[in-house]
Design a protein around this ligand. Structure first.
Ligand code: AMP
Length: 515
């Protein structure tokens, strides 16, 4: 199937040709006709499936074909949970709408609101925003929803995780009842279904891949080791497997900075993204990584969503995340748009509970590879099928009652359970060729497609009528003609998620999180 067959207008078609998008992805095939027809949509689609174009292309078409904006008015609102995703989605709208006479802007917290209010006076066709700042803009009378025709909730599951429920309720009450609503979520919990029930009218449901599954094009494995050995192990893997650029996830902000320091001391170029950094600093670090000025980008989960990096072959979970869903989003940073990717987790004994939670969520046991010389003293308990693990635990306890007390792991050097659950022996691991593993299939670095990612082909200045609203002392000046909007809320709320606590209404009260 071609994009033309989906009924997209010529200016959009030309943009897609320029981007090198030859065929719609499955989510695009299903979503585009539904959105063009004005129907509500509930889509289970995770990042990397092309879902952004799935809603952005038909929305841009409808906005072009029908009506104009007015002062303070916004015709399409896209709500997203984090600043990074806001930037990403905004960039996509700018790119996909590059040949269209539409005004787009992005709004998230952390920068002064006044320049945003000024920019919004002219009215917008599309506003991508985090709920907190949008609510602030609305409270100040800076934005009107009277012309709103389409509302998109992107990564709705994450929005609830981050405590935006109350802000969403307030905003939804302020929106016109007659509108088109599209809800995208990587996972569909009962909470999300409840939210959908209240806001969607007779929606078409689509599911691109089974919810809560990880992208198939990403090969996943883990290396059990001790916590203190992780930096050394990472350095060892970088050398041994001759990795190119790697996105490394670390649980805490402090952990990120410590690791960056260690890497730099070993002559490896690395930069960081985490919640203590200003938005311009985060964007700069991302740009340096995208331009291959640094080999490693070390990030907390604040970066796990919304980062779209062309041809990123390698993600390393230096620490497992605090929330199991974040694992899916982290590894979704690689294996994008049909390319192959690899995600390696360095797992220590005290991460076994979250490992189990991840494996339960994804419905698969992550393959284990012992790395010779880095075997864990505090062994990481096997996480295979419960019965096998429990039986082996009992057996091991019976066989070695006098042994030093440590978490159950099963017999050393790989066990029946380990093999049954994807575990491998040290000798097998040693046989793994550089950059790949026979048991995983040969790893070939992905070749970038002719078409760049949504953001990659945009000219530096952007087109007239689009942009950001920037502000803040000491922050870089906005590009000429830029509109701003900001969020801060995302970062604050991330703190809550870091503590694996229940989402708090409103997302307003920042807790001292560590991400
Ligand atoms: P998303 O899931 O929306 O974050 O998109 C993931 C990546 O796929 C982005 O880099 C897009 O630019 C790219 N992409 C989206 N649709 C297509 C397509 N039809 N053909 C090729 N690449 C695409």
């Amino acid at each position: 199937m071609t994009f033309q067959a989906l009924g997209l207008i010529d200016p959009i078609q030309r943009t897609l040709d320029t981007l090198g998008y030859k065929q719609p992805t499955p989510v695009q095939k299903q979503a585009i006709p539904v959105v063009l027809a004005g129907r509500d949509l509930m889509a289970a689609a995770q990042t990397g499936t092309g879902k952004t174009a799935g809603f952005a292309l038909p929305i841009l078409q409808r906005l072009t074909m029908d009506g104009v904006t007015a002062p303070k008015a916004v015709r399409c609102l896209v709500l997203v949970p984090t600043r990074e995703l806001a930037e990403q989605v905004y960039e996509s709208f700018r790119t996909y709408g590059g040949n269209l006479p539409l005004r787009c802007a992005v709004a998230y917290g952390g920068v002064p609101i006044e320049p945003q209010i000024t920019k919004l006076r002219k009215g917008l066709d599309v506003l991508v925003a985090t709920p907190g700042r949008l609510k602030d803009l609305h409270d100040q009378g800076a934005i009107s929803f009277t012309l709103l025709q389409t509302l998109v909730l992107d990564e709705a599951d994450r929005m609830l995780d981050l405590g935006f429920e109350r802000d969403l309720d307030i905003l939804l009450a302020a929106l016109p009842k007659k509108r088109q609503t599209l809800l995208f979520s990587a996972t569909f919990s009962d909470e999300i279904r409840q939210l959908a029930k209240g806001m969607l009218k007779d929606p078409v449901s689509i599911q691109v891949s089974a919810s809560n599954t990880t992208t198939k094009s990403v090969k996943q494995w883990l290396i059990p080791t001790d916590k203190r050995r992780k930096p050394e192990l990472l350095l060892h893997l970088l050398k041994k497997l001759q990795w190119g650029q790697v996105l490394v996830f670390v649980k805490t902000r402090k952990g990120v900075e410590t690791l960056v320091k260690t890497l730099q001391e070993h002559g490896i170029s690395a930069d960081s993204i985490h919640g203590d950094k200003t938005q311009p600093a985060r964007l700069k670090a991302l740009a340096r990584f995208k331009q291959a000025e640094v080999q490693l980008l070390v990030a907390t989960d604040v970066a796990a969503r919304g980062l779209d990096i062309e041809a990123l072959p390698q993600v390393v979970n230096f620490d497992l995340p605090t929330v199991a869903e974040d694992y899916i989003h982290r590894i979704g940073r690689t294996g994008r748009a049909g390319m192959e990717g690899e995600a390696v987790s360095l797992v220590c004994a005290d991460e076994v509970e979250i490992l189990k939670a991840i494996e339960t969520l994804t419905g698969q046991v992550i393959r284990r590879e012992e790395e010779p010389g880095f075997e864990a003293d505090h062994r990481v308990p096997e996480t295979g099928p419960k019965g096998v693990a429990a039986a082996l635990a009992k057996k091991a306890a019976a066989e070695a009652p006098a042994k030093k007390k440590r978490p159950f792991t099963g017999p050393a050097g790989g066990t029946a359970a380990g093999k049954a659950s994807g575990g491998t022996t040290a000798s097998k691991a040693a046989a793994r060729p550089a950059g790949g593993d026979a048991s995983l299939g040969t790893w070939t670095p992905p070749v970038p497609t002719a078409g760049k990612g949504a953001g990659a082909t945009r000219s530096a200045g952007g087109k007239a009528g689009t942009g950001r609203i920037y502000g803040g002392v000491g922050k870089p000046a906005a590009p000429k003609g830029a509109v701003v909007v900001t969020g801060g809320r995302g970062a604050k709320s991330l703190a809550r998620a870091a503590g694996k606590v229940t989402a708090q209404p409103g997302g307003r009260k920042p807790k001292s999180g560590s991400r």
